[in-house]
Write a protein of this length. Structure first.
Length: 254
């Protein structure tokens, strides 16, 4: 299964997830749990193979900025008409109070990039997880808010370090997606409190594990892209642009 196939699956499941969110169709939301682990895996995979990491990070940064207004509009900002977008742009506190998933991917990318630099040096190799740790803490304590937050950081570390080990990857994805629930249950056990039944959201997150078979089938090939450089680049950028574009379409519909 090529990277192109994984991108298509990630985009389709993300679209289904968002349609399910706004239409109230729960089965679509369960299917949509596949998307985020795939996107993080693809981000880490791209980081590993790209010839220009600065340009790669810049691409995420540009689309993070482009996607923020559609994301805020779609996730509950009260200004619901196009003419109110300028007012939204001049309200930074609202605009950055909860940021889109591209921000999460960008910050996770920067964390593993710094970690990779540290890991390659003799005297800092054991400090390679420090950047990801501090970023995770920033999310955990609410200093940064973006879609999926700390889960994205943990997933990036899992795919960065353990992508060649199926069992460790599976355990890592499970822990990354369910760490808030695992911490809650752990504290209850320590305090001797009874464990509560998992709620609907916790059960839904378990479906993130369905992304693993697709990841394990990845053949380390880019897929059949157009031969012409401009067409190849258009396809690659099209997958990034799909995120803000589909948000705007859903905003217009719902």
């Amino acid at each position: 299964m090529s990277a192109l196939t994984l991108r298509i699956i990630a985009a389709l499941t993300m679209l289904l997830d968002h349609i399910g969110y706004f239409s109230g169709c729960l089965p679509l939301r369960y299917i949509g749990r596949i998307a985020f682990p795939l996107y993080v895996f693809l981000m880490v995979n791209g980081f590993r193979y790209t010839k220009n990491r600065s340009r790669y990070a810049l691409r995420f940064g540009v689309f993070a900025i482009v996607s923020q207004v559609p994301y805020v509009l779609l996730t509950g900002y009260p200004f619901l008409r196009l003419e109110h977008i300028p007012k939204l742009l001049t309200t930074p506190s609202v605009l950055v109070s909860n940021m889109n998933v591209m921000v999460t991917l960008l910050l996770a990318l920067l964390a593993i990039w710094i970690g990779e630099v540290l890991r390659k040096k003799k005297f800092t190799r054991y400090l390679c997880l420090i950047p990801a740790f501090f970023l995770f803490c920033a999310y955990y304590y609410g200093l940064i808010r973006s879609d999926y937050g700390g889960k994205g950081v943990l997933l990036a570390v899992v795919f960065w370090l353990f992508s060649d080990h199926k069992l460790l990857t599976a355990v890592g994805v499970f822990g990354a997606m369910l760490y808030p629930s695992l911490m809650e249950y752990g504290l209850r056990l320590i305090k001797g409190l009874p464990l509560s039944a998992p709620n609907q959201y916790q059960i839904m997150l378990l479906f993130s594990l369905l992304a693993l078979p697709f990841i394990w089938l990845y053949n380390q090939k880019p897929g059949r892209l157009p031969q012409r450089p401009w067409a190849k680049k258009a396809v690659q950028l099209g997958f990034y642009a799909f995120y803000p574009l589909h948000l705007m379409v859903l905003w217009a519909i719902f």
